[in-house]
Design a binder for this molecule. Structure first.
Ligand code: FE2
Ligand code: FE2
Length: 538
């Protein structure tokens, strides 16, 4: 497929690029790695840069008079959010925020709440946003990160975060302690199956009572991890990825978002992929400078500098891949072609590796823009269909999760853009022979979209044999189409939970996919089945 490489707008050309900042960060990190000696790795990073007037940067000085002026006893950590490293059985990243610059931020952790002897200094990623409009005000945000490697698999850890003047191990702050649990060990899985587990997913959340409602129901599912398929917070409500979005940008919406999200993300790894509203052009050329300050994602993708939201990890018998669909979107082309095809080539390689790994039964791919949806507002993204759907079919991906359309919608099993097998609610799909099912779970909390066809969901079936819709083609052209694959449509705040039941080699292993509304009502469910422990390539 021919994707033109995006040019850099002239007004941004004189700014420090994210790549340059990332290069700087990486060089500091590798120096730090050489210095570390303990089993757990972490370091302190104070990053500065000489920047022109009116320039916002992802990493601004974290030291100076402001730091010296803050009394840490007056400032509490907020917005804790966890992430897996590339190896979830041994690697966690703990991130949080403080409302002002503090001295010596740190994390304590251990196997018991009374044993928090491991104390590790945090990496500071300070984000300075200048006044972006004539009436705006500058905002300084302080994100803190700790990288934990070589943890014990399948183990619950207690942790607390603090700084000079605030110690989570002190009696006054002991209630701020949280826990996380590492993934089961990957060793010896040829003989015994992993334990059953659950994960959850949605996209397009923002900050709202509905968003918080979904979070509360998610917490009750006790997920091992959560996938957020982009359009995370809507600090940029325009979502074009262009510099002009800054006229409506509110940096502090991220503070509200992380405070809201902490309910789940302080305990559950919160793995994000990036949507169109997550490209904040004023921080860096690729729009992800702000995200790099806030999130600490696995850097095992094809090009972490250009596309930091592309990565993968394994949990139990599931391989998870996060993609950056901004790279292939015809509808919103700000980052179209940003990896110059490297992401798609990597996806092909990664899918082949996962299918060649006999400890992995299911492959789950999540990203923002929908290959298959029928909403009035965005419908389907032809760029995803051209670049990635052939690979999803080649390797028979077991579950594709998208957002962008603020509804719940699920397809039948698809091959070649057509229904290969009908999968009604309650049905079972065997991807190896039936095809690929696509789930749009974009109703996490932002305003809802609508379908031109009537809703049809579990207990309220109103199936139509065909639906008139469209997809975006090259140049952002809307191409009308009549499709038969739209099986479930639900216009309401919702998310999906996925219950994974591994099995002994040769037996049937399943993923039960359930869509839950914000009040916990079930609106769809179906089962994905495979024979366990086989090395498969299609
Ligand atoms: Fe959205
Ligand atoms: Fe979107």
């Amino acid at each position: 497929m021919d994707i033109p490489r995006m040019g850099v707008p002239d007004e941004l050309a004189d700014r420090m690029s994210m790549a340059e900042q990332h290069e700087y960060l990486r060089s500091r990190l590798s120096r730090r790695r050489m210095l570390r000696s303990s089993a757990v790795t972490v370091g302190v990073l104070a990053v500065g840069g000489a920047l022109g007037p009116g320039t916002a940067v992802a990493a601004a000085p974290a030291t100076g008079t402001r730091t010296d002026a803050v009394d840490g006893s007056l400032v509490a950590p907020v917005g804790r959010h966890l992430a897996f490293g590339a190896e979830p059985d041994t690697q966690f990243r703990v991130s949080w925020q403080v409302p002002a610059a503090v001295k010596k931020p740190f994390l304590r952790f251990g196997r018991h709440p009374w044993d928090l002897g491991h104390k590790i200094e945090a990496e500071v990623r300070a984000l300075h946003t200048p006044a972006l409009t004539p009436t705006g005000t500058p905002v300084d945000q302080y994100y803190l990160h700790v990288e934990l490697d070589r943890l014990q698999p399948d183990t619950t850890y207690y942790y607390g975060v603090g700084h000079q003047g605030f110690d989570p191990a002190s009696q006054q702050a002991i209630s701020t302690l949280q826990t996380f649990r590492t993934a089961p060990s990957r060793h010896g899985r040829h003989h015994r199956p992993f334990a059953p587990f659950t994960f959850t997913a949605f996209g397009d959340q923002g900050v709202s009572a509905h968003a918080a409602g979904n979070d509360h129901v998610i917490l009750a599912q006790k997920p091992a991890f959560h996938l957020h398929a982009g359009d995370i917070c809507y600090a940029d409500p325009a979502g074009s990825g262009q510099d002009s979005d800054k006229s409506v940008y509110t940096a502090t919406t991220w503070d509200s978002f992380l405070a809201q999200t902490e309910t789940v993300a302080a305990k559950v790894p919160w793995m994000v992929s990036y949507g169109n509203h997550d490209m904040e052009a004023w921080y860096s050329h690729n729009g992800y400078g702000g995200e790099n300050a806030r999130f600490f994602l696995p850097d095992n993708g094809p090009d972490p500098r250009t596309a930091p939201g592309v990565y993968s990890f394994k949990y139990g018998n599931v391989g998870v891949i996060s993609l950056d669909a901004n790279d292939v979107s015809y509808e919103i082309p700000a980052n179209l072609g940003i990896t110059a095809g490297r992401q798609t080539a990597w996806l092909d390689r990664r899918l082949r590796e996962l299918r060649g790994d006999d400890s992995i039964d299911f492959i789950v791919v999540f990203f923002h823009h929908c290959a298959f949806s029928t909403t009035h507002q965005h419908a389907s993204e032809g760029g995803v269909r051209e670049a990635w759907v052939p690979l999803f079919e080649k390797y028979r991906v077991d579950l594709v999760i998208n957002g962008h359309n603020h509804v719940y919608e699920r397809t039948d099993a698809i091959l070649g853009n057509k229904v290969a097998k009908a999968v009604p609610s309650g049905g079972t799909v065997e991807p190896a022979k039936d095809g690929v099912v696509y789930v749009t779970a974009g109703a996490a909390g932002r305003s809802l979209y609508f379908f031109d066809a009537p809703d049809t969901y579990e207990g309220h079936e109103n199936h139509q044999d065909s639906v008139n819709t469209y997809h975006f083609a090259k140049g952002g052209v809307k191409v009308p189409e009549t499709v038969e694959w739209s099986r479930v449509r639900y216009t309401g705040y919702s998310f999906i939970k996925v219950d994974v039941t591994p099995a002994h080699r040769g037996r049937t292993t399943t993923m039960k996919v359930t869509a839950l509304a914000e009040d916990g009502t079930q609106v769809d469910h179906y089962t994905v089945a495979r024979r366990a422990g086989e090395c498969r390539e299609h």
